[in-house]
Write a protein that binds this ligand. Sequence first.
Ligand code: ATP
Length: 375
Amino acid sequence: MAQTKLNEVTKVFTEDDGNEIVAVDDVSIDIDDGEFLVLVGPSGCGKSTTLRMVAGLETVSSGTINLDDRVINETPAKDRDIAMVFQSYALYPHMTVRENMSFGLEESTEMGDDEIAARVEDTAAMMGIEDLLDRKPGELSGGQQQRVALGRAIVRDPAVFLMDEPLSNLDAKLRAEMRTELQRLQEELDTTTVYVTHDQTEAMTMGDRVAILNDGTLQQVGTPLDCYHRPSNLFVAGFVGEPSMNFVDMNRRTEAGETVLQSDRFEYPISDELAADVDGSSDLVLGIRPEDIAISDGAPTDAHDIEATIDVIEPMGDENIVYLRFENDDASLETESMIATVGGMRQFESGQRVTAHIPEDAIHIFDASTGEALH
Ligand code: ATP
């Protein structure tokens, strides 16, 4: 068990032509003892590079990585007491499962053969692979190889597990099963785990906390619910949640003491309390999650009711995804659209005029120029 700290960690790669790539830019994260932290972000945002620096597979350009009170920047990978699980499993093809699992222990510990054998058996039982111990990786399915790769990490009883997209080669059903199993194992072992994925659903369902990266920089660290309900900026708001949050560009104006947000297609009065939060900026972005929009077929009755036309409906079984179009008489302006999700039993049809209710207590407001959340 260990506390892992990244302090202002930066990684710069220099390409052959001298061009510098800042893969990780000034990232600081404190990972608690026993925590399951998920590093998530789009392809190329620096997740793997961050993990590889913690593992000792990549040097740190500046900043420090601590394991408890030790700075481990210069500690060789094999001496870090960290076990890594790769997307490719990285099993030795010529060794049996038993040999794959015991190899690391024979190399790096003083443990006797009997103790190693017993630990391998115990871990294999925990992973449900005891019948596979004498097979070679080529004789295993992808899911079984994945269990062996995890078993090989677990048998070492390291201070920290690092996992780089370990489930991405499995089919959707097996991936969902392994997600749950991994969470259960992590809780049982209570070992600090840093898990990399580009899949926001995986991040939101697995992590105690998620650290969201974009373009090498840390955007937000928090519980999944925190990042969902209180995104710190436009990037996080758009990245977390499926379908994504709707965004509309708005200008702020004050009219007879009331603050009104105005888009090309509709206006949206806001309360004094909300107006105080957005006081400093006039170019804003209004954000609303698809599930927070209520659709009805009656006429607008409220200042936050907006007339819209249904463009398309996608039935998804338990819910419908409804594509809404906002229009007014000025044809020179761009059409504005939003996505709403409504329960599967609601009957709407494409082309129908409806009222979309956008409740003020569900909206997010961002500064259009900095992207920072204001409310
Ligand atoms: P993915 O989800 O696609 O694996 P990632 O978020 O893990 O992406 P990294 O692999 O950490 O991203 O890469 C971050 C950036 O650093 C990318 O722009 C990548 O091209 C660059 N990069 C990674 N490794 C090297 C390297 N050895 N030399 C040069 N550039 C590199």
